[in-house]
Design a protein around this ligand. Structure first.
Ligand code: SF4
Length: 315
C-alpha cells in the first residue's frame, strides 16, 4: 500500500512537478497587471507619444494592453495625455466615472500634471489630480514612449502592493464615483482673491526682472547719446558720463531721477543744445566721437555701468 503523504504536507512524487504554491494576491495582481485596457483617448501632443507606444517599435501589447478600447465601459486605464482645458475636464471626469472598476489614471506630461506651459492660463486646469485620483505621474513635455512604458511598469509595481482582502472596490459601501465639475465658477475661478494672486505673481516677476537691470547708454544720432533705464526708477545723483579720449565728464545734477523704462537724449559737442525739454546737454570742448573713443556711464560708487565705443572711421 502506497504511503499516505497528505498527512505530512508533502505532495505525492508523481505530482511534485505539477504543483505551484502561491498566494491569491499574487495571482490576482498578476492578472490585473497584464490585462489593463487603456481607453482610446488623447488631448494634445502627448497623445502622439501614447499612440507611438502602441506601435511595433515599443509594442505595449507586451503588457497585455494592445486593446485600446473605444468605450469607457470596456476600459480600466485612463491616460490623460495632453493639455486639460476647463471645458474638457467635464467630459473627462464623466468618462472616468463610466469606466470599469478597478480603474486607474496615468497623468502623462507636464500639461496633465500641472498645466505645463499653459499653467495659470485662463482656460487650462493646473493639474488633473484636482479632479481625478491619479495613480502614476509621467513627467516630460512630451514624455517619450519609453517614459510612458515606465509609467505602466510603475503602475504594475503599485498593483503588487495591493491585496484582494483590502482593496476598496469590492466593498458594498464603496463608490468610486467622482463629482463631475460644472463648467462655470467652480472651474473658472472668478474669486477676486485668486485673480489678485495671479496679478501679484506677475507683478513680482516683473519687478524682479527690473530690479536686475540698470540704466544703459547707446549711440543715437550724430552727437547724441541715448540714456535708457530698463530697470526700476533710478536716482542718478552722483552718476557721471565720462569720455575716455578727451577726459571730459558730465555730472548728473543732484536729484536727477530716471523713471523705470524712461529715456533721455544727451546732446554732446562744443555747440550742443537741447531740442526738447528733458534732454541733457553735455557741452564739451571738442567734439566727441573720435576713433575708438569710449563713453562710460559711471555710477555713484565709481563703477562703469555701461560703456559705448565709437566705431573707427574709414579713410
Ligand atoms: S506636456 Fe508638452 S507635449 Fe504634452 S501636451 Fe503639454 S505641451 Fe504638449
Amino acid at each position: 500500500m502506497a504511503e499516505n503523504t497528505s498527512t505530512t504536507g508533502v505532495a505525492p512524487e508523481e505530482l511534485s512537478d505539477n504543483i505551484l504554491i502561491t498566494t491569491v494576491d499574487s495571482v490576482y495582481n498578476l492578472a490585473r497587471s497584464f490585462s489593463l485596457w487603456p481607453m482610446t483617448f488623447g488631448l494634445a501632443c502627448c497623445a502622439i507619444e501614447f499612440i507611438v507606444a502602441g506601435t511595433a517599435r515599443y509594442d505595449m501589447s507586451r503588457f497585455g494592453m494592445e486593446v485600446a478600447r473605444p468605450s469607457p465601459r470596456q476600459a480600466d486605464l485612463l491616460i490623460i495625455s495632453g493639455t486639460v482645458t476647463k471645458k474638457m475636464v467635464v467630459p473627462i471626469v464623466r468618462l472616468y466615472n463610466q469606466m470599469a472598476e478597478p480603474r486607474y489614471v496615468i497623468s502623462m506630461g507636464a500639461c496633465a500634471t500641472g498645466g505645463g506651459p499653459f499653467k495659470e492660463g485662463y482656460n487650462v486646469v493646473s493639474g488633473i489630480d484636482k479632479f481625478l485620483p491619479v495613480d502614476v505621474y509621467v513627467p516630460g513635455c512630451p514624455p517619450t514612449p519609453e517614459a510612458l512604458i515606465h509609467g505602466f511598469i510603475t503602475l504594475h509595481k503599485k498593483f503588487k502592493t495591493q491585496s484582494v482582502r483590502t482593496v476598496p472596490w469590492y466593498r458594498k459601501s464603496y463608490t468610486g464615483e467622482t463629482p463631475i465639475p460644472a463648467l462655470g465658477p467652480d472651474i473658472i475661478d472668478t474669486n477676486p482673491d485668486a485673480l489678485k494672486r495671479v496679478r501679484d505673481v506677475n507683478m513680482t516677476r516683473l519687478m524682479a526682472s527690473r530690479a536686475a537691470a540698470a540704466p544703459q547708454i547707446s549711440l543715437g544720432d550724430a552727437d547724441t547719446i541715448v540714456l535708457r533705464n530698463p530697470g526700476l526708477t533710478a536716482d542718478l545723483t552722483g552718476w557721471t558720463l565720462q569720455s575716455s579720449a578727451s577726459e571730459q565728464t558730465y555730472h548728473f545734477p543732484a536729484g536727477f531721477v530716471l523713471m523705470s523704462d524712461g529715456e533721455v537724449r544727451v546732446h554732446t559737442g562744443p555747440g550742443a543744445t537741447s531740442s526738447s525739454a528733458g534732454d541733457i546737454v553735455w557741452t564739451t570742448e571738442a567734439a566727441l566721437g573720435g576713433d575708438g573713443e569710449k563713453i562710460s556711464l559711471v555710477n555713484a560708487e565709481g563703477a562703469a555701468v555701461s560703456v559705448i565705443e565709437y566705431e573707427a572711421t574709414t579713410a
